[in-house]
Design a binder for this molecule. Structure first.
Ligand SMILES: Cc1ncc(COP(=O)(O)O)c(C=O)c1O
Length: 410
C-alpha cells in the first residue's frame, strides 16, 4: 500500500469526478432564446412561469413560485404564513444559517432543537418538547437530502395546530413513502444556488398545493401585486423577489436532468453505504426505510477517531481530501453562531421577546455538536460519478485508516 497523499504519496483517486455545474446545448439554446426574445424580465417572459409549473408538477404540488434564492424563499413563506414579532418557530440546530435567520427576518424567534443522532435531521421528540403557546410552526431541514421524520412532524404539527414548512434546499427529488418532499408540509422551499442539486448560480422556489397560500406567496414575491390587477396596485406587504428569465431558462434545462441525476446519486449513495459498512469507525448518515429516494445534496459520514489511531477530525479531512475526495464543510451548530452568542439577534425581536432570557441557547445539543465536528460531507456531484468512483472513495478512506498512525508521527 502506497504512502498517504498528504505525505507525498500518489492519491487514491485516479480519475476526476464529473464537473459541476453541468450543462449542454439545452442550456445554451435556452439562454440564446431568452437573449434574442428581448424578454429578460419574468413579468414579460414565459420561461420562469413554465419552469414554476414544471418543477411543482415534478414534485406533485399544484403551484410553484420562483424566488431569487433559497433564503428569500423561506422569508417569503414566513411572511405569507403571517409569522411576526412575538412568535417562535422551531428549527434544527444543524442547518445553514438561513433556516434560522429567515425567522429573525420575520421578527420572530428561531428556537433551535437537536437532531437525531442517526439521520441527523430534526428530532421530533425535541420539537414536541420545545412547543410553547407562542410556537407558530416548525421548519424541518432534509439534511443532505435525507427527509426528516415527516410522519411524526406532520402528526405533531396537526396536533398542535402549527405550520410545517419544509426546507428542501438539499432535497430536490427526495421521497418519503414514495411521495416527494416539499408536499408534506403547507409548503416546501428549495435553493438553486451553485452547489445545489440543480442550479442557476442563484435561485429558489416555493411549492405548495394550498391556493390561498399561493396567492399570498405570489403577491409578496412581486411587491404585493395581484395577478391580473393594475401594475401599480399593491395589496399587501411585498418586495421584489422575482427570478429572471435567464435563470428560468437554465433551470428548465437543469430540471430535465434532475430525475436521472437523482436516481444516480441515490444508487451511488447506497453503494457507498455498502462499501463503507465494512470500514470500522465510519458511520454513514442513516437511511430511514421510509426514505424511498435520497436526492443526496451530500454524502455525509461520521468519523470515529478511535479507529483511526486517534487523529483529529481536521487531520482526517485533510488526509482524505489529499487522496482526491472533496469535502464540503459540515455546518457549525446554529446556536453557536456569533449572531446568537453575541446577542445581535435580539435586534430583530420585539421589545418583550428581546429582553427575555433565551436559555436554550446555552443548552446542550450533543448530536448537532457531533455532526458539526466529526462529519465529512462529500459533495453531490461526486455521486454523479460511476461505480469505480465510489470504490475509490471507499479505498481512499481505508488507505487513510491503514496509514493513520503515520499522521501521528508527522
Ligand atoms: C438548508 C438550507 N436552507 C436554506 C439555504 C439558503 O439557500 P440560498 O443559498 O439559495 O439562499 C441553504 C443554502 O445553502 C441551505 O443549505
Amino acid at each position: 500500500m502506497t504512502q498517504l497523499a498528504l505525505l507525498g504519496g500518489p492519491p487514491a483517486k485516479t480519475k476526476p469526478f464529473p464537473a459541476w455545474p453541468c450543462y449542454d446545448q439545452r442550456e445554451q439554446k435556452a439562454l440564446l432564446e431568452v437573449l434574442e426574445s428581448r424578454r429578460w424580465w419574468r413579468t414579460e417572459g414565459s420561461w420562469v412561469a413554465r419552469f414554476e409549473q414544471d418543477f411543482a408538477s415534478y414534485h406533485g404540488a399544484k403551484h410553484g413560485i420562483a424566488i431569487t434564492n433559497g433564503t428569500h424563499a423561506l422569508e417569503v413563506a414566513l411572511a405569507a404564513l403571517g409569522v411576526g414579532p412575538g412568535d417562535e418557530v422551531i428549527v434544527p440546530d444543524a442547518t445553514f444559517v438561513a433556516t434560522a435567520s429567515a425567522v429573525l427576518f420575520a421578527g420572530a424567534m428561531p428556537v433551535m432543537v437537536d437532531i437525531c443522532p442517526d439521520t441527523e435531521c430534526i428530532d421530533p421528540d425535541r420539537v414536541e418538547a420545545a412547543i410553547t403557546p407562542r410556537t407558530r410552526g416548525v421548519i424541518p431541514v432534509h439534511l443532505g437530502g435525507h427527509p426528516a421524520d415527516l410522519d411524526r412532524l406532520v402528526q405533531i404539527a396537526t396536533k398542535h395546530n402549527l405550520f410545517l414548512l419544509e426546507d428542501c434546499a438539499h432535497a430536490h427529488g427526495s421521497q418519503w413513502h414514495g411521495k416527494q418532499v416539499g408536499t408534506y408540509g403547507c409548503a416546501g422551499t428549495f435553493s438553486f444556488q451553485s452547489s445545489k442539486l440543480m442550479t442557476a448560480g442563484e435561485g429558489g422556489i416555493i411549492i405548495t398545493s394550498d391556493d390561498g397560500l399561493e396567492r399570498n406567496l405570489r403577491s409578496i414575491h412581486d411587491c404585493g401585486r395581484l395577478p391580473g390587477e393594475w401594475f401599480y396596485s399593491h395589496y399587501m406587504y411585498g418586495s421584489n423577489y422575482r427570478l429572471t428569465e435567464w435563470q428560468g431558462a437554465i433551470l428548465s434545462a437543469q430540471l430535465e436532468r434532475l430525475d436521472e441525476q437523482t436516481q444516480r446519486r441515490d444508487a451511488n449513495g447506497q453503494l457507498l453505504d455498502r462499501l463503507l459498512a465494512e470500514v470500522p469507525g465510519i458511520t454513514p448518515q442513516a437511511r430511514d426505510p421510509r426514505c424511498t429516494r435520497n436526492g443526496h445534496y451530500a454524502y455525509i459520514l461520521h468519523f470515529d477517531n478511535r479507529e483511526f489511531s486517534g487523529i483529529s477530525s481536521q487531520r482526517f479531512i485533510e488526509a482524505v481530501v489529499a487522496e482526491g475526495i472533496p469535502n464540503q464543510a459540515a455546518y457549525p451548530q446554529v446556536h453557536k453562531l456569533a449572531m446568537f452568542q453575541n446577542g445581535s439577534y435580539r435586534k430583530r425581536l420585539c421589545r418583550d421577546q428581546a429582553a427575555e432570557e433565551h436559555s436554550f441557547l446555552k443548552g446542550s445539543f450533543p448530536n448537532s455538536l457531533r455532526a458539526a465536528t466529526e462529519d465529512y460531507w462529500i459533495p453531490q456531484y461526486c455521486l454523479l460519478g460511476d461505480e469505480q468512483d465510489m470504490h475509490q472513495i471507499a479505498e481512499a478512506i481505508v488507505k487513510v485508516q491503514e496509514h493513520a498512525s503515520s499522521l501521528i508521527q508527522h
